[in-house]
Design a protein around this ligand. Structure first.
Ligand code: XMP
Length: 506
């Protein structure tokens, strides 16, 4: 693989993904991973990520120095470049002019890292420190207005450093630069194709499972659907899928999911537990409390259902690589929300986990789904939170409000699809607010509920920006909701980004 050494960059996953897009398997490793562990992975090369620290800060993350003796090529990006300069005897200092955003890069010495790339192009910078003096054996290959050493290299040792970020789209030749590094400098060979991944995984699952049975809780979402189909290919009907309807789904969603999954040939049991969930949510207003109740009830229902499966030894989960990185990642981050999953299950039920996508990104799972023949409509579905509409009704959940929200949500989604917006948006939904507002309808005073619409663009749900709809579209949706949904007297559009707001309201 190519190993991406993580110094705390917000772009670390993006770097790994870019390398995989070039056809080479890449993994993210923590900056203080012992040398022996790195060696065992037999990397083609290392990429040092950026990071928020300064190399001269007291507890700046610095890798063990013998990393430079491994003899594998290294590319340092931003902070990664500064780490190289600092550890190999150069000098890094605070820059008089910080550089954020677009900058013009000028190549001063041609090299194979610039193969097929012109002498001048735009790159994306984001740094406050700069290299002031090169280590011995290094030379400057490119400069920018504020970075006299924007690209440095020791060609003999195959160590390169970029002050800018090749992984972001704003760096015009970013893909080519990374390709030149992994193929040209590291001499890597293509080893990452989704087709191979599928056949290898199927083999692996067969070996692990043997004659036992596997159970899975399906949500109808992309990850669990693709994971189930893959396992089904491997072991057939020894996979047992459960779809638990907690009564907090969108209008018609249960039928839609059921049809989708059956059409894929998955052995499915649908469990209607909505009464139980709604009963337990009565009178509960606190968001975290609601999440906990839903999570625990889900586990309870699933556990009860799964008891009927004899010799169930494995639980299938659609865990993705970002979840793995995050849970092992930079420590000390604050808990924002209790995300619902079946995390407590395996220990309680003495089940072993099968997580075929532990090393994959979401877009790779979509690609596998495509190769397995899953229709576009399923793969393109917006994410839907485990606790469902319960966290989109602010405050207490009751049947009447659920009906209102379902209808408003249906109209919004329907119009998104009709007008070609659905596929351009990461996620869109309606939220029912716990306030009433005065209106006038047919000369009569009304005092009714408020619906907030939310639509965001995002690549991974970690950050998000609100979607800029044409006013006419919003106007049309507002009219339909107020005319068609009894009990709603006002519609507002949410223009908050994440951060500081989250995508969901609770
Ligand atoms: P937030 O609201 O934290 O949401 O910005 C980020 C993404 O996660 C989804 N989300 C959840 N998904 N269980 C889930 O499976 C949850 O409890 C949950 N809460 C939020 C949210 O819809 C968005 O895609």
């Amino acid at each position: 693989p190519i190993l991406v050494v993580n110094f705390g960059s917000q772009y670390v996953q993006l770097i790994a993904r870019r390398v995989r897009e070039l056809g080479i398997y890449s993994e993210i490793v923590h900056w203080d991973t012992p040398i022996d562990e790195l060696k065992e992975k037999e990397p083609y090369g290392l990429i040092f990520s950026g990071g928020p620290a300064s190399v001269y800060a007291k507890d700046a993350p610095l890798p063990p120095k013998d990393i430079y003796e491994l003899g594998v090529p290294i590319l340092g990006i931003c902070y990664g470049l500064q780490v190289i300069a600092h550890q190999l005897g150069g000098k890094v200092e605070k820059s008089d002019h910080q550089e954020y955003g677009r900058a013009r890069l000028k190549v001063v010495k041609r090299d194979k890292i610039f193969e097929g790339i012109p002498d001048e192009f735009d790159v994306w910078m984001s740094h406050a420190d700069k290299v002031a003096q090169l280590p011995d054996g290094f030379e400057t290959l490119a400069v920018s207005d504020n970075s006299p050493h924007a690209v440095i290299a020791s060609r003999e040792r195959k160590i390169y450093g970029f002050q800018f970020h090749p992984e972001v789209v704003h760096t015009v030749y970013g893909r080519e630069l990374l390709s030149n590094f992994v193929y040209g400098v590291c001499g890597a060979e293509r080893n990452w194709e989704m087709g191979d991944f599928i056949s290898e995984k199927i083999e692996e699952i067969r070996n692990i499972v043997g004659n036992a049975q596997v159970i899975a809780a399906l949500s109808g979402g992309v990850d669990s659907t693709v994971a189930s189909l893959l396992v089904h290919r491997a072991i057939g009907d020894r996979l047992h899928c459960f779809f638990i309807d907690h009564g907090l789904l969108r209008l018609g969603e249960r039928e839609e999911v059921e049809n989708n999954l059956r059409a894929l040939g998955l052995p499915l049991k649908v469990v209607d537990a909505s009464e139980l969930f709604l009963e337990r949510l009565k009178g509960v207003e606190d968001p975290e409390e609601k999440r906990k109740i839903i999570g625990n009830t889900f586990i309870e229902v699933f556990e009860r259902e799964a008891k009927g499966v004899e010799r169930a030894e494995f639980l299938l989960q659609g865990t993705l690589y970002p979840d793995v990185v995050e849970s092992a990642g930079i420590k000390g981050s604050a808990k924002i929300k209790t995300h619902h999953n079946v995390g407590g299950l395996p220990q309680r039920m003495h089940l072993k986990l099968i997580e075929p996508f532990r090393e994959l990104f979401k877009d790779e799972v979509r690609e596998i789904g495509k190769l397995l023949g899953i229709p576009k409509e399923i793969l393109g579905r917006h994410p839907f939170p485990g606790p469902g509409l319960a966290i989109r009704i602010i405050g207490e959940v009751n049947r009447e409000d659920l009906e209102i929200l379902k209808k408003a949500d249906r109209i919004f989604i329907e119009e998104l699809k009709k007008n070609g917006f659905y596929d351009r948006i990461w996620q869109a939904f309606a939220v029912l607010l716990p306030i009433r507002s005065v209106g006038v309808m047919g000369d009569v005073r009304t005092y009714e509920k408020v619906i907030a619409l939310r639509a965001v663009e995002s690549t991974d749900g970690m950050t998000a920006d609100w979607y800029r709809f044409p006013y006419d579209f919003l106007d049309h949706v507002m009219r339909r909701i107020i005319n068609e949904v009894r009990g709603v007297g006002r519609v507002v559009y949410d223009v908050s980004s994440k951060p500081p707001s989250t995508i969901e309201w609770e």
